[in-house]
Design a protein around this ligand. Structure first.
Ligand SMILES: NC(=O)c1ccc[n+]([C@@H]2O[C@H](COP(=O)([O-])OP(=O)(O)OC[C@H]3O[C@@H](n4cnc5c(N)ncnc54)[C@H](O)[C@@H]3O)[C@@H](O)[C@H]2O)c1
Length: 394
């Protein structure tokens, strides 16, 4: 029986999910049916439904209201791509209605919101998957492989640092991301959620995090008739201490005039992995290993060796049907897990641990002291998150 899926929140990122489900259905038609689209802006849901109709001749049902969709449809899976504040609200409703969920990162607007997603998942046995694509791509898998096999020795530390200047003007438009209750924070937990999943994937859990987080510029935005202040931080400097002994320095600002730079390097005792992209989404295809003696290995070569090292079953598990796009792989993982009654690669518990690094940075910044990672994961530290939790009654 095909797995019935719906998308809740038909905005920018959901478009990538839609294309992925279309590709899955084109590749394995009997695996999936895309049956409903839901967005409070109903035209957005209509546009998504029209793409499915064009591809397969069958138009999914369109809803402006998730309660109505859940009452009328018998869904196996709902893909939640709404603003962060609604992640837990929508996920809980879906699981209570009997559907499995995949929730875009950062899977919950706060730690407590993520717990609120995990609880019904545990109670009902429904999957709560974290939509996290970065670690699934070949160069990221190959980075873990090269570190695990000691290609650059024992891992010691990483530096991921960015500084630039962004001009701002009051006519910049307000967006839900700029609202603390809806967005939960700025880039630390937006694109930062990807980076924190990747460093957990590479290095395991931290034990402590110390950070300074600041709003150095007063950035105003236009919201309707009002000019309001952006809730985003524009600088953070975080020291992330891993249980493994690895130390990470992750710093970012767009309030640095005059000179911009960007660096991401992972060091082991015998060499380094030098990345060539931003500080959120790597290690990229253009990265390279440089050993102590100066020998260099481009990522393309490392990826080829990594792929050659995989057996047939492992290749099919990690890159089914030859898929290599991260979003396609996360959507496939979700559908396949529902079909085969197995868990996904990144259940909510792991999404929680990744996003807890982001929240640890905010909490440390708010408290002015290093924070214990486990206490953040448990939801026991909530100074920064408190008003957001209060807003949502968490
Ligand atoms: N994985 C990635 O690379 C990546 C990239 C961008 C965004 N995202 C994530 O995707 C999610 C959506 O971000 P976006 O950039 O697509 O935002 P967006 O603003 O483009 O889309 C959000 C959509 O949700 C709809 N919506 C609003 N309230 C809703 C509700 N209560 N229920 C359902 N839908 C609702 C909006 O009308 C809009 O169509 C976020 O979690 C974001 O962090 C992930």
């Amino acid at each position: 029986m095909a797995v019935n899926v719906a998308i809740a929140g038909c905005g920018g990122m959901a478009n990538g999910h839609l294309r992925s489900y279309i590709q899955i259905k084109e590749t394995v038609p009997e695996k999936i049916d895309i049956v409903a689209m839901c967005d409070p802006v109903v035209e957005s849901a209509e546009k998504f439904a029209a793409q499915i109709e064009e591809a397969f001749g069958m138009k999914p049902a369109v809803y402006a209201d998730i309660d109505e969709m859940l009452a009328k449809e018998d869904l196996d899976g709902v893909d939640i791509c709404s603003p962060h504040g609604y992640h837990h609200v929508n996920a809980i409703k879906c699981m209570q209605a009997g559907a499995n969920v995949i929730v875009e990162k950062p899977i919950g607007v706060t730690v407590k919101a993520t717990h609120a997603i995990m609880d019904p998942s545990k109670r009902t046995g429904k999957i709560a998957a974290t939509a996290e694509q970065i670690r699934r791509m070949p160069s990221r898998r190959a980075s873990k492989w090269l570190m695990d096999k000691g290609m650059i020795g024992e891992m010691r530390m990483f530096f991921a640092q960015h500084a630039s200047w962004t001009d701002h003007a009051p006519e910049d438009r307000w967006h839900w991301r700029l609202d603390l209750a809806l967005g939960g924070g700025g880039m630390v937990m937006d694109s930062g959620a990807h980076f924190c999943d990747t460093i957990r994937y590479l290095y395991g859990d931290p034990d402590t995090v110390y950070a300074r987080v600041d709003k150095l510029e007063t950035r105003m935005v236009t919201k309707g008739d009002e000019i309001v202040q952006s809730a985003h931080e524009d600088m953070w400097a975080a020291t992330i201490n891993f249980r493994s002994g690895v130390t990470g320095l992750w710093t970012c600002t767009n309030a640095a005039p005059g000179y911009s730079f960007n660096r991401a390097v992972h060091y082991g005792s015998e060499g380094c992995l030098l990345d060539d992209g931003d500080i959120f989404h790597g290690p990229f295809d253009g990265a390279k290993v440089i050993l102590k003696d100066g020998t260099e290995y481009p990522m393309s070569e490392i990826v080829a060796d990594y792929k050659a090292s995989l057996g047939r079953d492992e290749t099919e598990r990690l890159f089914p049907h030859g898929f290599e796009d991260g979003v396609l792989l996360e959507c496939y993982d979700f559908v396949d897990a529902i079909e085969n009654g197995r868990d996904v690669e990144i259940p909510a518990e792991l999404g929680l641990r990744a996003k807890s690094i982001c929240e640890a940075i905010y909490e440390s910044g708010a408290i002015g002291e290093a924070v214990d990672f486990d206490e953040v994961v448990a939801g026991d530290i909530e100074v920064y998150q408190k008003p957001i939790n209060e807003h949502w009654g968490l």
